[in-house]
Design a protein around this ligand. Structure first.
Ligand SMILES: [Zn+2]
Ligand SMILES: [Zn+2]
Length: 327
């Protein structure tokens, strides 16, 4: 890193000396600027949190409703120290933001987790923000990761669902409670059969309902009373922890499928606690072409890489002529 850098890596996360704040700090700090409410980005204990307004209720569920959370509207400039920051959608989940930091004639953007170019009705799409320095996540920054069109993936899921119904088999898709569960809910067709959410994914629905509307959102957290309605015809988004509810086996026979970017790899399709009926490639992170396109669109020549395949991506970007660094 060089003197005068707007953001610098530190033990607690990305720090902005000119604004005296951290982005997604990994331990309690005075001023935290949060990209999104996933647990690896938003931790409790900070004195003040700044986040995109639309995601503020989700952050409150993560860090505590008594936390000092300052919601900021998309694109609204906010002065912090000698900087001006703003929040711009990253397309990763509801309220997930890229943070633009302008200081001393430079503009830096840090993406948080992002899903450049994705079609995801549960959140705002990635917004291109031109900058001098672009710090991107790199979860799937390998050329093997190329996502199919989500519309085709959902057509496959619906086809699988119908074929299970014909055999009286309940469909189960384990899904991360915040983000993936709601993305699936937003795109699954409730006319195909009953939809249910088992586990904590239901806790986030009121916020999504208020922000996005949509046909599947009147789903409630599943209880034993729903078993008869769902068994053999329904699709259950399972977002619970390790312990399944006592009535779970009453859903049998059931088939389990996963929907994730990792399903693009053979190893992930084979792993897990039970044999998978299907693996659907559906990611909340950009694929390899998406990552490259997001860098191009930013206009930046200096690229920071974080959160994922850091070393490999830095090497690739340097070979392509960028001034790339890991952090
Ligand atoms: Zn995330
Ligand atoms: Zn993350």
């Amino acid at each position: 890193m060089a003197r005068g850098d707007v953001l610098v890596p530190s033990a607690a996360g990305w720090y902005c000396p000119a604004g005296d704040f951290y982005i997604d700090p990994q331990r309690p700090v005075a001023r935290a600027v949060i990209t999104h409410a996933h647990a690896d980005h938003a931790r409790p204990g900070c004195s003040t949190y700044y986040c995109a307004a639309i995601g503020a209720p989700l952050l409150a569920l993560r860090v505590g409703v008594r936390a000092d959370i300052r919601p900021v509207a998309w694109r609204e400039p906010l002065a912090l120290g000698r900087t001006e920051i703003s929040f711009h959608p990253s397309g990763h989940m509801l309220g997930a933001a890229q943070i633009r930091v302008a200081a001393s004639d430079q503009v830096w953007v840090i993406t948080g987790d992002h899903n450049y170019g994705a079609v995801d009705p549960s959140c705002d799409p990635f917004e291109v923000v031109r900058c001098d320095v672009f710090i991107t996540e790199s979860t799937f920054a390998l050329p093997i990761f190329r996502w199919p069109d989500p519309a085709a993936v959902f057509a496959d899921i619906h086809h699988w669902w119908r074929s299970c119904q014909q055999r009286g088999v309940t469909c189960v898709i384990p899904a991360y409670p915040l983000g993936k569960t709601q993305r699936l809910l937003a795109s699954l067709d409730p006319a195909c059969g009953p939809l249910a959410i088992e586990g904590s994914g239901a806790d986030y629905l009121p916020t999504y309902r208020a922000a996005r509307g949509g046909p599947g959102w009147d789903c409630e957290r599943m209880t034993q009373a729903d078993v008869a309605r769902v068994k053999g015809r329904g699709l259950v988004l399972y977002s619970g922890a390790a312990a399944r509810p006592a009535w779970w086996e009453q859903l049998a026979p059931y088939a389990v499928a996963r929907a994730s970017g990792w399903m693009a790899t053979w190893k992930a399709r084979r792993g897990g606690r039970e044999p998978l009926a299907r693996g659907f490639v559906l990611s909340d992170h950009a694929d390899w072409p998406g990552l490259l396109a997001s860098i191009d669109a930013s206009g930046a020549r200096r690229i920071g890489v974080t959160h994922g395949q850091v070393d490999a991506f830095v090497r690739h970007l340097r070979a392509a002529g960028f001034d790339a660094f890991g952090g």
